[in-house]
Design a protein. Structure first.
Length: 254
């Protein structure tokens, strides 16, 4: 009996809905942050400095971020249960008493703790699950894998409740032949000089722009701040690709 992806998709759709709601308030917040960037001319140094004193991100974002995390992670667990059901014809429990989608950073932990969670799956399904593990597929280290980060953040959410976020500078740039003396990229935790542009007079018009985002506090991905909305969009795409692989092998129906 081939079961359906309906339940896992509902979870992922729910994650997408929470993400959309978050992005709507995020856009307004970042526009207001951009308007807070001030300019100061330093005559002695001969430069114009751009400053930002960031606001704290709203505490009510924490539960929304937690909901996106939970639904993304739950979509994978639902998928694991449906794959066992497809293989056995029943919603059979694994030897550990719980079927779940394992996410491990090394093969030893996967063999000890991960395989029992997928005991009821077909051999092909088990192989796909193992190939999706961070220690197998990540070329930049398992802890830079998106699913590893999803699992780690979800576990943190369960035990520490709210996720801390902060404003971050994603990129910046201007037009023309500018004398750029300093640029800040990354988290902005207090009043910070975002850029310093050399110029001879205060009335010179400088078109210099900053792309702001909101990142998880003390979290990085590939050496950069882990930007919340970008991370979630990538995770949803990853999970959809996993769904597609199982459908391609006829292990589960749409």
């Amino acid at each position: 009996m081939i079961t359906s992806l309906a339940e896992p998709k509902l979870k992922l759709d729910r994650a997408g809905k929470h993400l959309k709601d978050f992005e709507e308030v995020l856009v307004r917040f970042l526009l207001e942050e951009r308007d807070r960037i001030s300019e100061e001319f330093d005559a002695k140094a001969g430069c114009k400095n751009f400053w930002l004193e960031p606001r704290a991100t709203p505490p009510e974002w924490g539960p929304v971020i937690g909901d996106v995390l939970y639904n993304c992670r739950s979509a994978l667990d639902q998928l694991a249960n449906r794959l066992v059901e497809s293989a056995t014809g029943t919603r059979k429990r694994s030897r550990t008493g719980k079927t779940a989608w394992p996410i491990y950073a090394n093969s030893t932990d996967f063999l000890c703790y991960g395989r029992p969670k997928i005991a009821g799956m077909s051999a092909k399904a088990k192989a796909i699950v193992e190939n999706a593990q961070p220690y197998v597929r990540s070329l930049r280290g398992p802890k830079n894998d998106l699913l590893w980060l999803l699992n780690d953040l979800t576990n943190e959410d369960k035990h520490r409740n709210l996720h801390l976020t902060l404003t971050t500078v994603r990129s910046s740039g201007g037009y023309g032949d500018l004398d750029i003396r300093a640029v800040h990229l990354g988290p902005v935790e207090h009043r910070t000089k975002l850029a310093s542009i050399g110029m001879s007079a205060s009335d010179v018009d400088v078109q210099f722009h900053f792309a702001l985002g909101v990142a998880f506090a003390k979290r990085t991905w590939l050496g950069r701040p882990l930007v919340v909305d970008d991370f979630f969009r990538r995770v949803i795409i990853e999970i959809e690709a996993i769904f597609g692989e199982f459908m391609a092998y006829g292990l589960i129906a749409p």
